[in-house]
Design a protein around this ligand. Structure first.
Ligand code: SAM
Length: 227
């Protein structure tokens, strides 16, 4: 199957490139097992079923998934309609290809974009936008990551929800394995979350949404903001 990817980003900073470089086809072939089923649950102490429940609570029939990885949640979730409209956004073409194939039954529309730059893609307005395991990959301190939310928000319909989870680097020490893994991932620039904490995430949500919620599960923050 060949996948048509709409490219809208030409400039990519070193930090943004580092956050996507790791997602080779090999890593994507073991990602669900290694990252979602093992590391997320046993190192970052965030049960996968809780993320799935959160996804199901928030996903709509007109949905944009940002930072798609392997498309695990899109594949397994329960959409509230039989034929959802799904758009995919990622800077990495491997992840867009993998996810597009995995959920081809929904005929998703992929867009290759850097969410840290203004988004030029031709997009409809969405009732829901997900950013799962995403903010911790973006460079900078937590407050710098507001740029991604600001770039996505124009594509969220009035009353729509932007939701996600992100592994924090401060205030959520869930053990030695978490400390070791988080430190290695930051050294390799796979994560940039050493300064990410729940209060700064709350500031971002307060600045951008009429209503918001945020809570931690293990070392991850589950957040949502309503337009
Ligand atoms: C840890 S994976 C998360 C995958 C999936 N959401 C999940 O939870 O399994 C992070 C994803 O974000 C993408 N990504 C990282 N930085 C990005 C950026 N600046 N713009 C767009 N996508 C980015 C990566 O290519 C990767 O697909």
């Amino acid at each position: 199957m060949s996948v048509q990817i709409n490219e809208s980003t030409k400039t990519v900073s070193e930090g943004a490139a580092a956050g996507v470089a790791v997602y080779s086809n090999f890593l994507l072939s073991i990602y669900d097992l290694e990252v979602l089923m093992f590391e997320l649950q046993y190192i970052f102490k965030c049960p996968l079923h809780k993320v799935m429940e959160f996804f199901n609570e928030n996903v709509s029939g007109i949905h944009l998934d940002v930072g798609v990885g392997t498309g695990y949640f899109l594949d397994k979730c329960n959409f509230p309609v039989e034929n959802p409209t799904i758009h995919l956004m990622d800077l990495n073409s491997n992840t867009l290809r993998k996810t597009s194939k995995r959920i081809k039954r929904y005929e998703p529309v992929p867009h290759q974009c850097n969410v840290l730059e203004p988004i030029q893609a031709d997009l409809p307005l969405f009732d829901s936008i997900s950013a799962i395991n995403f903010l911790h990959c973006l460079p900078g301190i937590m407050l710098d990551k507001e740029m991604a939310i600001k770039n996505l928000k124009p594509f969220l319909r009035e009353g729509g929800v932007l939701f996600g989870i992100t592994v924090l680097g401060q205030g959520v020490d869930v053990g030695i394995l978490y400390r070791i893994a988080n430190s290695i991932y930051n050294k390799k620039s796979i994560f940039s979350n050493l300064n990410d904490n729940i209060s700064d995430l709350e500031v971002i949500l307060k600045n951008n949404f009429k209503e918001y919620s945020v809570q931690t599960v293990g070392s991850a923050a589950f957040f949502s903001g309503h337009n």
